[in-house]
Each structure stands twice: as C-alpha cells, then as structure tokens.
Design a binder for this molecule. Structure first.
Ligand code: SF4
Length: 382
C-alpha cells in the first residue's frame, strides 16, 4: 500500500542550516484568509494542493503498486511535512484532509503524521489536529541548549520546546522528537543532556541526525566552503553516535535505522516505506514521488509562484537501482540478496570479511562499525 507525502513549504523563519524548500512567513503580519482568521499558510497554497490531488487522481501515468490508477490503491500512511505544517490553521488542514479523502482511500489504521515546530504549539490547535485524524506528531526540537538554538536559528526556546513536548504527549500517544548531533563545539555531555531531557517526556520515537550544513545557507557561508560539504563524521561524531545508541537502547528504544529509534511498535511506518523501496506519492511544492511499478521518480516544481498558479511542472527520471541499496543499508534490517548483482555480491562478501557488513536472516546488514563508515561501504558496493 503506498505512502502519501504532502509538503507545506512555509516556516516562521528560515533556520540557518536549512536547505529544504521552505519560505519564511512574517509571523507578525496578519495574512488575509477566507476564514477571516490569522493564517500563516496562504489559502492559495491549499487551493493548489487540492487541484494537484484532483489531477493526480485522474492520472494513469503515475500509478501505485498494481500499475493502475493511484486511486485504486489504499493509502497506508500520510505524512504532512515541510516546512512547518503546524503553521496550518485547523480549517486548512481540514480542507487538505477532505481533498485527500475525496480522491484516495485511506486505510482504517493509517499512520497520519504531522511535523510541528514547538513555537507554533497551542493546546487548542493540537487538539483540533487530533480531531481531524492526525495520530502522530513529529516535533522538530533539534536542541534544548539555548546557545545551539540561537546558532541554528531555530524559532523556539528551550522552555517552549518543553511546553510543546509536554502538550503533544498529553494529546497524542505517538510523538516523535528530532534532535541534532555533532554541532560545532558540542560535547558528549551536552549531547547526552539533550537526549535525557527528551527522554523525561517519554516520546515514542526519537530521531537523532548529525548536523548537515547545506550549501548556500547562512551557516555554510559563515563556516566556509569546507564546512558546506556534507558532514564528514569525525571521531567525536562517531563517539556521539555510539553514545546516542547506548543511551536510547538503555531506555528501551530500538534502533531501526541509522538515525532513528523507537519504542516497540512505534517505528515510523511512513519513513520505513521510503527506506524499503515502497511506492510513494508526493504532493506539494518540490515533493517527490516514486512509481515503483514503472521504476520512475518524479519531482514537482520548486518554483513557489508556479505552484501557486497550479503549474506543477513534474519531471520524471528513471529510478537508479542503487538507491534501494543505499536506503536499505541504513535500516537495521538491511537489504535482501536479490538487490545485488554478481559484482556487488562479491564486493559485499569482502565487506563481510572486514566485519563492516553481516548476513542476518538472509539479509545483508551494516554492522555497528559499518554504520560508522557507511558512505565508504556504499562506495565499495557501487
Ligand atoms: S523549521 Fe525546518 S524546514 Fe523550516 S527553516 Fe527550519 S529546518 Fe528548514
């Protein structure tokens, strides 16, 4: 069953490391809305999204599992990401959900995630989201340390992060927290303190990624070209990764992907679809889709003006078979042997002898050591 992603490309402000397709709204400025209330996401964007849904529903070009119309498939997970989807007024989310339900069939037990920035939290809004069917909140906290919140350009304070996390846990059973690791100058103790603060609230799921400074962002300019490269894991980063794994495993969170940990039964079904070569449909600005039946990847326009004018400019390209190896090896459960050709099998065997990969239940998996040098492992498999 396919996964559905919906992109909301608006944020309170642009974080200093952010390379996602997102645009700051003026938090202070009241934007006109048909409902006459203060909305941060223009209604024109919701109009365009609903139009894209209708067009997609008519297409036989982009199909789900069975190579037929997408609408013939039942959607198993919905993920509203961004950007900052928690800028959506409840009425706007209601319109999006009504649009989804008018063209797609949702599974009764569909996982429905909404990404939220702590600064946008209000109890009233989160209650409204729950009433609309959202059953999982992914809270982008990144750090509880004021100095790093400032450094990253996050909109929220430590106190607001705690308030939003407490509130989210009261309203939703399934709450995920995003944290960043290996920040400049960050000590092992600071990283552990962030984890312990998050653990105090017992979220069901924790993602802990290394900071990646994207080219063209203010942080990249400030830190120079070298720093603009994807983060190279240094010794401290490796220690932090191992420490994170130990702390979370000691507290009952199982690692299921290199940067993702969950209590039993709470792994993200939506993200597992991406990492497990499952088809998905992306709607919204710059959203990506994967047509597994036809081995095609498709990207929507990144031009907001075009999108608002309902010009979606979708471009497709053939799927690169290596993607599924790259994504699959990030999962603890690894990849089946059938993903590999003969040359890759020989390369994998060498990596097994070096204890960077291991065969487990007929799947090829990265070992702890292998995960620390996963890029190098992937290069040898290419
Ligand atoms: S909240 Fe997320 S998407 Fe928005 S600017 Fe910050 S990192 Fe980027």
């Amino acid at each position: 069953m396919p996964a559905l992603y919906i992109h909301i490309p608006y944020c309170l402000q642009k974080c200093r490391y952010c390379g996602f397709v997102s645009f700051p709204v003026n938090y202070q400025e009241e934007m006109p809305s048909t409902a006459g209330q203060k909305d941060y996401v223009p209604d024109a964007y919701i109009d365009a999204l609903c139009q894209e849904m209708r067009e997609t529903a008519e297409q036989r070009y982009f199909s789900g599992d069975n190579g037929y119309k997408y609408t013939n498939n039942i959607i198993s997970t919905v993920y509203v990401g961004g950007g900052t989807p928690s800028l959506l007024a409840a009425a706007q989310l209601a319109r999006i959900i009504a649009g989804v339900k008018s063209v797609f069939a949702l599974a009764d037990d569909a996982e429905f995630t909404l990404e939220a920035n702590p600064e946008t939290y209000t109890r009233e809004k989160f209650l409204a989201y729950r009433a609309l069917g959202v059953n999982r909140i992914s809270l982008g906290i990144q750090s509880f340390q004021p100095e790093y919140l400032r450094y990253l350009g996050r909109a929220h304070s430590r106190e607001k992060a705690a308030e939003a996390l407490r509130g989210a846990r009261e309203i939703f059973d399934n709450v995920s927290v995003d944290l960043l690791n290996n920040l400049p100058g960050q000590t092992l103790e600071q990283s552990a303190a962030d984890l312990r603060t998050a653990l105090d609230f017992q979220p069901r799921h924790i993602s802990c990624y290394e900071l990646t400074v994207e080219r063209g962002t203010p942080l990249a300019t400030e830190r120079g070209t070298l720093a603009a490269e994807k983060t190279v894991r240094n010794e401290l980063g490796a220690e932090m990764y191992l420490q994170t794994k130990k702390i979370l495993e000691d507290h009952g969170y199982a690692q299921y992907e290199i940067s993702n940990y969950a209590q039993a039964g709470y792994a993200s079904r939506h993200n597992l679809a991406y990492w497990s070569d499952e088809p998905y449909l992306g709607l919204g600005l710059a959203a990506h889709s994967y047509d597994k039946a036809r081995k095609l990847r498709r990207a929507n326009t990144r031009d907001l003006k075009n999108y608002l004018q309902k010009i979606f400019h979708r471009e497709s390209e053939p799927e690169n078979d290596f993607n599924k190896i790259m994504m699959g090896l990030r999962k603890n459960s690894g990849i089946p042997e059938t993903y590999l050709d003969e040359r890759q099998k020989a390369a994998a065997q060498k990596l097994v002898s070096e204890e960077l990969l291991v065969w487990r239940n007929n799947n090829l998996c990265a070992t702890n050591r292998g995960r620390l040098v996963l890029n190098q492992v992937l290069l040898e498999l290419m």
